[in-house]
Ligand binder design. Sequence first.
Ligand SMILES: Cc1cc2nc3c(=O)[nH]c(=O)nc-3n(C[C@H](O)[C@H](O)[C@H](O)COP(=O)(O)OP(=O)(O)OC[C@H]3O[C@@H](n4cnc5c(N)ncnc54)[C@H](O)[C@@H]3O)c2cc1C
Length: 457
Amino acid sequence: MAYLVKPKDRAPARRERLAPDPTLPTTCVIGAGSSGIAAAKALYEARLPFDCFELGSAIGGTWVHQNPNGQSACYETLEINTSCPRMAYSDFPMPEGYPDYAAHHQVADYFAAYVDHFGFRHTITFDTRVDRVEHTDDGRWRVSFTGPEGAQQREYDNVMVANGHHWDARLPEPAYPGTFNGTQIHSHAYNSAEQLRGHDVVVVGSGNSAMDIAVEASKVARSAHISQRRGQWVLRKFLLGMPSDQVTLPSWLPWWVTSARLAFGAKLSGNVAKLGLPQPEHRPGQSHPVQSEGIRGALRSGKLLPRPGIERLDGDRVVFTDGSSVPCDLIVWATGYRVTFPFLDPSLVSAPGNDLPLWKRMVHPDLPGLFFIGLLQPVGAVMPLSEAQSAFVAALLTGELALPPTAELRTELAADDTAYKKRFYQSARHTMEVDFDHYLWELGRERKRAAERVTGS
Ligand SMILES: Cc1cc2nc3c(=O)[nH]c(=O)nc-3n(C[C@H](O)[C@H](O)[C@H](O)COP(=O)(O)OP(=O)(O)OC[C@H]3O[C@@H](n4cnc5c(N)ncnc54)[C@H](O)[C@@H]3O)c2cc1C
């Protein structure tokens, strides 16, 4: 039943400009990262009038190294952990010469090429920050923004929020007791191994960035330790000689099948607890996949030493919960991100504990016309899901699709939310988790239901 991800065909390039249809509702898209450009393309091709505002001067958000927007978490050695065919938009495969896991600059080039291939760069207004989004008395959206021409305001029928959720650094709360004499950075501020060279480094965390930075530290730091409160199952990027995410199963299969696949991958990869990291307390498949090719070698070489969670900071040492301590002059907190929307009043929309329940992870149940794109954490890549969400919203706005009645929408949302949250152990990391293949399948099924609401059949 399993099959390999099939290669996609590139859709023809668009040469002529499409004129928006002024009779259709207007939309403001916030951000031109991989989610915002998926939104802009869907609106553009549906001839829906819209503005897309991008804080920086580049397309690609996270994937633009040293992005002038000041919000990218990209570091010099960053490469994708979801393989190229998995990450590509459905009508625009990544170039054939790309490696299985592309480097950040290749990914950024790919996003820029996508916009130019489909000819909608002119719809994006760069160097423009959306400052405020307010709901008007007549149910529209007033957007205040500041760009090269100063501060302005416009009203729209809809807003598609695609501001990303990997830029607002989350530090341990409450902070660990004690004082520290050295430097502390969040992984968001990590750029290259030069920051680690010659230092006594403690990397704190158990996600993908923690793995990458700890491996780099093992190569250049005077001493390198990785501290984890909670153990993780760490998958290899390649299994049986191929990218580990290339075997897919029929997407209608329930979550436990994906979970079993992840568990199988984790077992095949080998438990890093055998190399001194904490034993995971959850079963394989009950947490967001963490992948690393280098962590095992770094731990085996003795150049990266495993430690449990931190108990306190003690001047020029870090003390761990097992009573051990190490000299340290640089702590890298790879402790994740907060989901925030600085342009929305928190009394209207906020995500305490990173939790913002949305219908199909995109529709706000109480605020018609407010949509979120890419605000999910897939077991798989984000881009094809943002693309499917964007197509869905565009079809809602043209009237091709209709949402369920509010009461039904709320019931479905609550049921999905409960099911999603049961899958993984409770943490701010796992509030928006979806199964890539199943989500796409589910959205396809929703499209049929949503079209039937319009046609009445
Ligand atoms: C280190 C790291 C590795 C990752 N690896 C992978 C991976 O391998 N595969 C994968 O699928 N995902 C990965 N991710 C997840 C990542 O979030 C997605 O790949 C993708 O970048 C999400 O795109 P986005 O457009 O939603 O957000 P972003 O890429 O963050 O883009 C958001 C855009 O919105 C703009 N913006 C923000 N606020 C405003 C405002 N107020 N006004 C105007 N513009 C604004 C920003 O300037 C930015 O360009 C990784 C994330 C990190 C941090």
